[in-house]
Design a protein around this ligand. Structure first.
Ligand code: ATP
Length: 256
């Protein structure tokens, strides 16, 4: 089986509030999946669930064909890199960019052990790839939004994940920073043969390599599959209850 993620009739609730209701989804290894839907649709909850941190009311989750349980969770999470929606950092936090990127290695290094030469080589290489080498000694609380998002991506990639979960990685960035982050994500996806989940409600923020989509509304999957089948004007407009044009997801069309 070539599945990265399988959700089987999953329900997640926060007390009486059902955030995901009886959803099933299978995603193949190597897919780049857009997770789209209006505010409160359940997109972050879906990522949290795949990341092994949600509380299931019903259903089963398999990641790379392993059933997610309290016994398997740590092993599974080693393969999952997560870039959260908000990173609130106290500017007085006495930790520099390099140390934050190194945090991504700890699922592999193990608690209370020191990074090896190989860990330092990986972190240095990723900082170069992401273009943050000149920031490595800067305190983590002293970064711009675009810089902080690059560091967050570098930390997730330092883990050498097989599955990368991105929660609105381009939100609140200026157009140039959006473009840079999208480009870095595309390159990492292609270079490392990752499976990617990319949450956004701004469809124009989706990288062109995006192959599949999951459209959520009020905790249910309205549609999922290949992007051209899911992102129709009628369906997007219905889900957002507002006129929405499908994004241009084709390089030739963009260059025309
Ligand atoms: P957005 O686009 O606004 O970030 P989303 O699609 O990511 O939204 P979720 O954050 O997954 O949606 O929220 C889904 C539902 O679950 C919402 O009704 C939300 O209020 C609720 N919810 C999310 N997190 C919690 C929590 N920690 N406690 C209680 N309810 C929560």
């Amino acid at each position: 089986m070539n599945h990265a993620v399988e959700l089987d009739r999953v329900t997640v609730s926060y007390r009486e509030n059902i955030a995901l209701h009886d959803i099933s989804l299978t995603v193949e290894k190597g897919a780049f999946v857009a997770v789209v839907g209006p505010n409160g649709a359940g997109k972050t909850t879906l990522l949290t669930l795949i990341n092994g941190l949600g509380t299931l009311q019903h259903g089963r989750v398999h990641i790379f064909n392993t059933l997610l349980t309290t016994r398997t969770i740590n092993r599974i999470r080693r393969d999952i890199g997560y870039v959260p929606q908000h990173v609130n950092i106290d500017p007085r936090m006495p930790i520099c960019v390099y140390d934050v990127v190194m945090l991504g290695r700890y699922p592999r290094i193990g608690m209370f052990r020191n990074p090896s030469k190989e860990d330092h080589r990986i972190v240095t290489g990723i900082c170069e790839r992401i273009g943050i080498t000149d920031l490595v000694l800067k305190p983590i609380g002293h970064l711009s939004g675009g810089e902080a998002q690059k560091v967050s991506l570098a930390r997730a990639l330092a883990q050498e994940p097989r599955l990368l979960l991105l929660d609105e990685p381009t939100a609140n960035l200026d157009p140039r920073a959006q473009h840079e982050i999208k480009d870095l994500i595309e390159k990492a996806y292609e270079r490392d043969r990752l499976t990617v989940f990319f949450v956004t409600h701004i469809l124009d923020h989706l990288p062109l390599v995006c192959s599949h989509a999951v459209l959520l509304k009020k905790g249910t999957i309205v549609a999922e599959g290949r992007i051209k089948d899911v992102f129709t004007r009628a369906r997007l407009t219905e889900v957002y209850e507002h006129p929405v044009e499908p994004p241009i997801m084709n390089k030739e069309a963009l260059n025309a």
